[in-house]
Design a protein around this ligand. Structure first.
Ligand code: NAP
Length: 282
């Protein structure tokens, strides 16, 4: 029987602490600002953006929200991001992905200065992470590290397996675990012997976007299992990449979906915005 890692409570606690820090900072140096850019009408993106703006308000961070039409031209989006990059009021810039297909996402993201890249996606911030230097870390893997820390799980010397190699979750997750002295294996859709590799993990982080893909036979007895996935099961109900009900019998610690990694992601976005403000204005 495992301990369920309560991401919702941890996120609430961290947000409470952050709110106080933000308020102290604002009293001394002025409001912290996060600009959120949404292009188009993707319903999921609209929900994510709404949640981020609401979380900002609750934390005392001012949000500047820009919603551009789906047919916006590359030059228009670039002009807006350029303006935000130069604005003194804006400490962090977030461009909600995915952008409509006709836009060059890479070119647009490249206009966000590293110091305002609160998603931690730009090459400079990723490079710093790879070199184990101080940087802004992608929110989801950063949130996972905070969860491990809060539950006293030290990756040092442990065998960690990261399932998924995306730029926003899998790769930065693997780098953070290496930096924390774990021995890390990264798996993906071309990995052979995937079950056997996963079953060797002391810490298994799963981010593939396949509902209930990780079954109990892929998990070592006593492993820590972190489920990043946000999927729908056969009944349309929100679930993760891990078969929670069965895997929880074998794991020592496990994150649920919902209520696990998800609430931590937005929390770390707020935290990154606060850190960006401190660095830029000190
Ligand atoms: P992604 O960009 O689609 O990447 C998925 C990764 O999983 C790829 O590396 C892919 O391998 C690998 N993969 C897919 N099917 C596989 C299989 N059958 N066996 C082994 N590897 C497989 O996804 P992502 O953006 O990292 O997101 C992953 C999941 O996390 C999604 O459910 C997403 O919704 C969720 N997510 C949650 C949060 C949160 O805050 N909770 C944040 C971000 C993402 P290849 O590279 O070989 O294609």
């Amino acid at each position: 029987m495992s301990v369920t890692i309560d991401g919702k409570s941890l996120a609430a606690k961290l947000r409470g602490e952050l709110k106080e820090k933000v308020s102290r900072f604002a009293a001394e140096k002025g409001e912290i600002g996060l600009a959120v850019v949404l292009v188009g009408e993707d319903p999921a993106s609209q929900v994510y953006v709404r949640n981020k703006i609401k979380a900002c308000e609750e934390a005392g961070i001012r949000s500047f929200s820009y919603h551009l039409p789906a047919e916006s031209r590359q030059a228009d989006v670039e002009a807006l991001v350029g303006e935000l990059a130069a604005s003194e009021k804006v400490d962090g810039i977030l461009v909600q992905l995915p952008l409509p297909k006709h836009l060059d996402e890479r070119k647009i993201l490249a206009l966000i200065p590293a110091e305002k890249d609160v998603d931690g996606f730009c090459a400079e911030n990723v490079g710093n992470l790879a070199m184990h230097r101080e940087t802004i870390v992608a929110c989801t893997p950063f949130g996972v590290m905070k969860m491990l820390e809060a539950y006293g799980i030290d990756p040092k010397g442990k065998r960690a397996v990261v399932l998924g190699r995306s730029n926003i979750v899998g790769k930065p997750m693997a780098m953070l675990l290496v930096n924390a002295d774990a021995t890390v294996t990264v798996c993906h859709s071309k990995t052979s012997g995937l079950k056997e590799v996963c079953a060797q993990a002391d810490i298994l982080v799963v981010a593939i976007g396949r509902a209930k893909f990780v079954t109990a036979d892929m998990v070592k007895q006593g492993a820590v299992v972190i489920d990043v996935g946000m999927d729908r099961d056969e009944n349309g109900k929100l679930c993760g990449d891990v078969d929670f009900e069965n895997v929880k019998e074998k794991a020592s610690y496990i994150t649920p979906v919902p209520g696990g990694v998800g609430p931590m992601t937005i929390t770390m976005l707020l935290y990154n915005t606060y850190i960006a403000a401190i660095r830029r204005r000190s």
